[in-house]
Design a binder for this molecule. Structure first.
Ligand SMILES: O=C(O)CCC(=O)C(=O)O
Ligand SMILES: [Fe+2]
Length: 291
């Protein structure tokens, strides 16, 4: 097993001013993660957050069909009980939502392309991916975690295990509300990108259930950095093999976030992706025939 250097790193060590792309690249290469403070304009983040807040309200009907009011204090326990029900009693599509994912229709909305469009006009991602063209996996992910809910907590994983259809990519996790120790952040394990893929037997990569947590033995020597506090506008950028997990929400606030997977001209995706230079969605193509 590869030995990791025991170098403590804190959120501050991982943070850059987004204009300092050279430092961003240096940290990203060495640590497998970099936090770009204030990368995204406030209006853009607020528009995205407002859109998702409205969509979250629209999910009330789905919750109610299962006898749950998501604003109720009992909701986290009721959801946990629901997830224990035998497979088949709760359709995968609904489980996916109860685990904190916005449904596909929401993820496909044009509003959620505005953040990638902005990123396409900024040098940082081009530098990190050593590319002149930028693409992003479609659809992006958008998540909510209701107050006092730990169900939506993703166990330690590397994104490569959920995205076998993609070559090299860079994940961008975007908090849409203020993140602190109570309103759950993510924890990240710097330098774990060097370890290769740790989950050997991944099984299905559906997100109606989480993949099993990777064996702690394989990355246990790595530092664990809890990425808090973060403000709307900040972006966390990490590689496909950087181990990370989400923390439970122990606050009275709803946590909203979205995450994007960008790749450059050296990358690939066998599924739909957004060609940002052309602002168009490209459908899967026959092997080797990408335009
Ligand atoms: O939102 C979370 O807590 C998990 C996010 C995540 O795993 C990702 O963006 O890859
Ligand atoms: Fe992830």
């Amino acid at each position: 097993m590869t030995r990791l250097h025991h170098q403590p790193s804190s959120l501050e060590d991982l943070t850059i001013d987004p204009a300092d792309t050279a430092r961003g690249l240096e940290i990203f290469r060495r640590e497998g993660v970099v936090v770009a403070r204030g990368l995204l304009p406030a209006v853009l983040v607020e528009r995205t957050a407002a859109f998702l807040r409205t969509e979250l309200d629209r999910l009330d009907g789905l919750f109610r069909r299962y006898g749950i009011s998501k604003d109720d204090a009992a909701a986290p326990a009721q959801l946990a009980a629901l997830m224990e029900r035998p497979a088949g009693e709760v359709p995968d599509k609904d489980r996916h939502v109860f685990l904190g994912h916005f449904p596909l229709e929401v993820r496909l909305a044009d509003t959620l392309r505005d953040i990638p469009r902005f990123v396409n006009g900024h040098p940082l991602l081009f530098e990190l991916l050593a590319t002149e063209r930028l693409f992003s996996h479609m659809p992006p992910t958008a998540r909510f975690v209701i107050p006092h809910c730990s169900l939506a907590r993703v166990p330690p994983h590397q994104d490569i295990s959920y995205n076998r259809h993609m070559g090299d990519f860079c994940v961008m996790w975007v908090p849409l509300v203020p993140i602190d120790r109570a309103c759950c952040s993510m924890a990240i394990y710097p330098r774990t990108q060097q370890l290769g893929e740790l989950l050997v037997d991944s099984g299905p990569t559906s997100t109606s259930q989480w993949l099993p947590p990777i064996d702690g033995e394989t990355y246990g020597q790595a530092a664990r950095v809890i990425l808090e506090p973060l403000a709307p506008g900040d972006a966390v950028l990490f590689g496909p093999r950087t181990v990370h997990e989400s923390m439970p929400n122990v606050s009275d606030r709803v946590r909203l976030s979205c995450d994007f997977r960008f790749f450059g001209e050296q990358g690939r995706s066998d599924k739909h992706f957004l060609d940002l230079a052309r602002d168009t969605v490209v459908a899967p193509q026959p092997a080797g025939a990408r335009a």
